[in-house]
Design a protein around this ligand. Structure first.
Ligand code: PMP
Length: 299
C-alpha cells in the first residue's frame, strides 16, 4: 500500500496528496512546520513540538484550524495507518488558499498536512567518524527581520547555506549571525565542550544563546537536561569560530540528526580529530531517553 498522507482531516495515497497552487505556503513560504520523531511506538517530545508549532503560528498570526489534541490524534492516526513505529513525522500548517496577492487575509482557512515516513539520517559511518563542516558566507537571518525561532516554511536562508556547504564538499554548514558570532547549522543547533572548562578542571558544555539567531531546538533542550542530570557543567555563551576551532569536542543536535559529532571545521581539526567521549556519552543518554519517554501508541 502506498504511503498515506493526512490533509485537512482526510488521508490520501502519496501520489494523490496534493495542495493547491494558490496555497500561500507554496506561493510565499507562508506557513509553519515541525519535524518530529517516533521511536518504537513513542512520539518523542510531541507536546514540545506542538507548542513550538503553535508559537510559530501565533507570531505569524496564522490560526491553526484544529486543537493541539486534534493534531496529536491526527499524527498518531497517520502513524497507525502507515504501520510505522519508528518514523519521521512532518507536520505542516500553511496559510491556505488565497489569491496571487500577499494579503494573508485572503486565505480563509489554513491547510494542515502530516507526512509520516521512514527517516533518512546521516549514514552510521558519519556518527563514528564525525562530520567535517564549513562556515558559509550566508549569515543567519537577522532576528529583527525573520526571527530564526519561527520554524517557518521559508527556509531559503538555510538552503543557501546548505548549497554553499555542498559546494565546498561538506554536508552541513556553520552559520554565523550578522555580528560574526556562531548561530547554528542549517538544520541543527551547535554545542562545544572544553574538557577542563570549569574552575575545578571539569568538562564544560557550551552553546550559543537563542537570541543570537537560532531555532530553540527541542533536541538542544533535551541535551541541556541530560547534561544537568549528569552534573555536566553547562552555559549558554556567545561563541566565535575561534572558540569552536579550539574546542575539545563539537557536536550538532537536531530531530533528524540526533547528536552528531563534528571533527573538522574550516579545515581545523577539533580536539584530536575523533568523536569525543562527552559527545558519545550524551548521544548514548539521548538514545536511552528516546526509548523510554514520549507519547505511546500501538499499531
Ligand atoms: N536549527 C534549525 C535551523 C532547524 O531547522 C532545526 C530542526 N531541524 C534545528 C535547529 C534543531 O531543532 P530540533 O532539535 O527541534 O529538531
Amino acid at each position: 500500500m502506498s504511503l498515506q498522507i493526512y490533509i485537512d482531516g482526510k488521508w490520501y495515497p502519496k501520489e494523490e496528496a496534493k495542495i493547491s497552487v494558490f496555497d500561500h505556503g507554496l506561493l510565499y513560504g507562508d506557513g509553519v512546520f515541525e519535524g518530529i520523531r517516533s521511536y518504537g511506538g513513542l512520539v518523542f517530545k510531541l507536546q514540545e513540538h506542538l507548542d513550538r508549532l503553535w508559537e510559530s503560528a501565533h507570531t505569524l498570526m496564522l490560526e491553526i484550524p484544529m486543537t493541539k489534541k486534534e493534531m496529536e490524534k491526527a499524527i498518531i492516526e497517520t502513524l497507525r495507518i502507515n504501520q510505522l513505529l519508528d518514523a519521521y513525522i512532518r507536520a505542516v500548517v500553511t496559510r491556505g488558499v488565497g489569491d496571487l496577492g500577499l494579503d494573508p487575509a485572503k486565505c480563509k482557512k489554513a491547510t494542515c498536512f502530516i507526512i509520516t515516513d521512514k527517516i533518512t539520517l546521516y549514514p552510521e559511518s558519519l556518527y563514528k567518524k564525525g562530520l567535517s563542516i564549513v562556515t558559509v558566507p550566508t549569515v543567519r537571518n537577522l532576528p529583527e527581520a525573520i526571527n530564526p525561532s519561527i520554524k517557518s516554511l521559508n527556509y531559503l536562508n538555510n538552503i543557501l547555506a546548505k548549497i554553499e556547504a555542498k559546494n565546498s564538499g561538506c554536508v552541513e554548514a556553520l552559520m554565523l549571525n550578522h555580528q560574526g558570532y556562531v548561530a547554528e547549522c542549517t538544520g541543527d543547533n551547535v554545542f562545544m565542550i572544553r574538557k577542563n572548562g570549569t574552575a575545578d578542571g571539569k568538562p564544560l558544555l557550551l552553546t550559543p544563546p537563542i537570541y543570537l539567531g537560532a531555532l530553540k531546538g527541542i533536541t538542544r533542550q533535551a541535551i541541556v537536561e541530560i547534561a544537568a542530570a549528569k552534573k555536566l557543567a553547562f552555559q549558554e555563551r556567545i561563541l566565535t569560530r575561534h572558540d569552536l576551532f579550539n574546542a575539545d569536542e563539537v557536536f550538532l543536535t537536531g530531530t533528524a540528526a540526533e547528536v552528531i559529532p563534528v571533527v573538522k571545521i574550516d579545515g581545523r581539526k577539533i580536539g584530536d580529530g575523533k568523536p569525543g567521549p562527552v559527545t558519545g556519552s550524551l548521544l548514548a543518554a539521548f538514545h536511552q531517553l528516546t526509548k523510554k519517554s514520549g507519547v505511546r501508541y500501538s499499531l
